[in-house]
Each structure stands twice: as structure tokens, then as C-alpha cells.
Design a protein around this ligand. Structure first.
Ligand SMILES: C[S@@+](CC[C@H](N)C(=O)[O-])C[C@H]1O[C@@H](n2cnc3c(N)ncnc32)[C@H](O)[C@@H]1O
Length: 288
């Protein structure tokens, strides 16, 4: 297959951003948004339960709208119910948890873990304090984009939950920032902690014939120029800036974990005309 060309995706601003050590990057974000965050604070412009922009380290998009949109996907695509026990792997700064506080009832519960401590601290202070059935854990694991202070390898990490605990597990824009051995381990762990019959929704950048073709024809869309065989990288500076995986590899790993395909909704990222969301969404279930 011909190699995809380098797209226009890495702007000079992002290029420079990736040069900064992770803690400085997070600090630079706080500084950049300080004027608008101060304005919002003084004039009461920031809605209750939303972090200041400088603290939202998880990417672009409207914090509230993205969370609400995914809550509707969880219901439509994975049959989320109000009394479900839910696991949010890589929960960031609570973007998916906030709308779930209005959806899950007292018989439902939410657990989330992440490797960025400031995100977990914000969630504990602003979400768990008001919703005791929402629990957050900081798990100090290495990631070249998000946490270089901890050296613990995510490819051997055991999720801090008993087996068969959750009705619904989700990862939104998390496997898109993880390396293959880590993804493989997490898929096995997801299979372990799901109840029989439970569902899991995961977002990926999936490379198949169609997305490969689109990446070549439309290199100005999201692109993965560094081809490592069954996975590809977006940036040569930071491996986990964005990672795409070959479809067959992902399916094989999910099958090995005892998970069965329910739904795939391909995304717009590569310039696809018929798409569902930006990233590809996969829903898999554990047999009963
Ligand atoms: C783009 S953000 C998405 C955050 C959140 N899922 C959301 O949609 O708002 C990617 C998240 O993955 C987390 N992450 C990266 N590697 C991880 C790992 N090994 N275990 C758990 N979380 C991880 C990052 O810390 C970051 O919060």
C-alpha cells in the first residue's frame, strides 16, 4: 500500500507545544487561558460544574456539548440504563462524567480513572463531593503526551476493580493516545471487569482500506504519516499524540478478550463523507 502523505494537521503552535515538557505544557495552557478564565470568573460566565478552560487538557470542543452528545451515544449504541454500574477508562477532567450525574440514578454508579492528577483532583472536588456514587482514582502511569513524571508502564497495569463489576465500560479518545502493548492489556482488563452481557464503547482511529485510501487522497484531514505496520503515529515528536490502529489488529485483540462486535460507526477524521462522529466508535459486548 502506498504511504499516506504528511497532512497539514500539526500546526506550528502544536509543534512548539509538543516541544515543552508535559508539566510546562499544562502550565502554558493555564497561562494562555488566564485572561478569559479570569473574565469568566468575575462576570459569572462559566457554567456551574465546568472546569476553567485552562484546566481542560483533554482537547478541543465544547466541554458540555461533547459530554451530552456522548451520553446519547451511550444510550443509543450501547443501551446504557440509569441503574448501570459504569466505568470511564481515561476519564480526564470529567467531561463524560458531568452529564452522567444527571442520568444515573441512586442504583447506578460511576467509576473513572486517569493518569493526570489535576483532572482527578478536579473531579473529586467538583463531582464526587456532590455525587457520592461517582468515584475517581488517580493511576500514576506513563504516557508521553499526558504524564511523563510517573514511569509505571500501562501495559502491565491491572485495573483497580474486581472482575465482572461493570454493566458498561467506555473509553472516549483514550486508545487514540495509547501504544499497542497498552491497548492490548487494557482490552483484556476491560473484558475482565465487564459483567457477562455488558457492553463497551471505545473510540479509535481505525485504519482499513477506506480510511487508508482517504488518507492518501485527502492528506489535509487527520493523517498518520509514521507507519509502524499494524499501527501508525500522527507525530514524530510525541508518539501518543495520536495513534491509529489497523482494523484487523483491533478486532483480533477484542476477540481474544472474549468480546463480540455489536456496532461500528466510522468517523469523519479521514475525510469520510458518511460518518457518525469524528472518531470511529466501536461497541463490543461480553457474552452472557
Ligand atoms: C483526549 S483525553 C480524553 C479524556 C476523556 N476520556 C474525555 O473524553 O474527556 C485522553 C485521556 O486519556 C488519558 N490516558 C492516557 N493514557 C492512559 C492510560 N494508560 N490509562 C488511563 N488513562 C490514560 C489521558 O490522561 C487523558 O485524560
Amino acid at each position: 500500500m502506498p504511504k499516506a502523505k504528511f497532512g497539514k494537521q500539526i500546526t506550528m503552535k502544536r509543534f512548539l507545544y509538543y516541544f515543552l515538557p508535559v508539566p510546562i505544557r499544562l502550565f502554558a495552557r493555564r497561562l494562555y487561558f488566564l485572561p478569559i478564565d479570569t473574565f469568566d470568573c468575575i462576570f459569572g460566565k462559566r457554567p456551574d460544574g465546568v472546569p476553567p478552560r485552562g484546566k481542560i487538557f483533554i482537547g478541543h470542543g465544547d466541554y458540555i456539548k461533547q459530554g451530552e452528545k456522548f451520553l446519547s451515544y451511550f444510550q443509543e449504541l450501547a443501551g446504557l440504563q440509569t441503574n448501570h454500574s459504569v466505568l470511564d477508562v481515561g476519564c480526564g477532567i470529567g467531561r463524560m462524567a458531568v452529564p452522567l450525574t444527571k442520568y444515573l440514578d441512586k442504583n447506578g454508579s460511576y467509576d473513572g480513572f486517569d493518569i493526570v492528577k489535576s483532572g482527578i483532583d478536579w473531579c473529586k472536588k467538583h463531582i464526587s463531593s456532590r455525587h457520592p456514587n461517582f468515584r475517581f482514582q488517580y493511576t500514576g502511569l506513563y504516557n508521553q503526551l499526558y504524564n511523563t513524571s510517573d514511569k509505571v508502564d500501562a501495559s502491565n497495569f491491572r485495573f483497580p476493580y474486581d472482575g465482572g463489576k461493570f454493566d458498561f465500560v467506555f473509553l472516549t479518545s483514550v486508545f487514540t493516545h495509547m501504544m499497542p502493548a497498552e491497548v492490548e492489556n487494557y482490552i483484556l482488563e476491560i473484558g475482565r471487569v465487564m459483567k457477562p452481557g455488558a457492553k463497551c464503547l471505545m473510540s479509535f482511529f481505525i485504519v482499513n482500506c477506506e480510511s487508508e485510501d482517504l488518507m492518501i487522497k485527502q492528506p489535509t484531514h487527520m493523517n498518520f504519516p509514521i507507519n509502524k505496520g499494524f499501527y501508525r503515529l500522527h507525530s514524530s515528536q510525541v508518539d501518543t499524540a495520536n495513534v491509529a490502529y489497523d482494523e484487523e489488529w483491533v478486532f483480533e485483540k477484542l476477540e481474544n478478550a472474549g468480546l463480540k462486535m455489536e456496532t461500528i460507526k466510522y468517523g469523519q477524521w479521514c475525510g469520510r463523507q458518511n460518518f457518525f462522529d469524528y472518531q470511529d466508535l466501536l461497541v463490543f459486548s461480553k457474552s452472557k
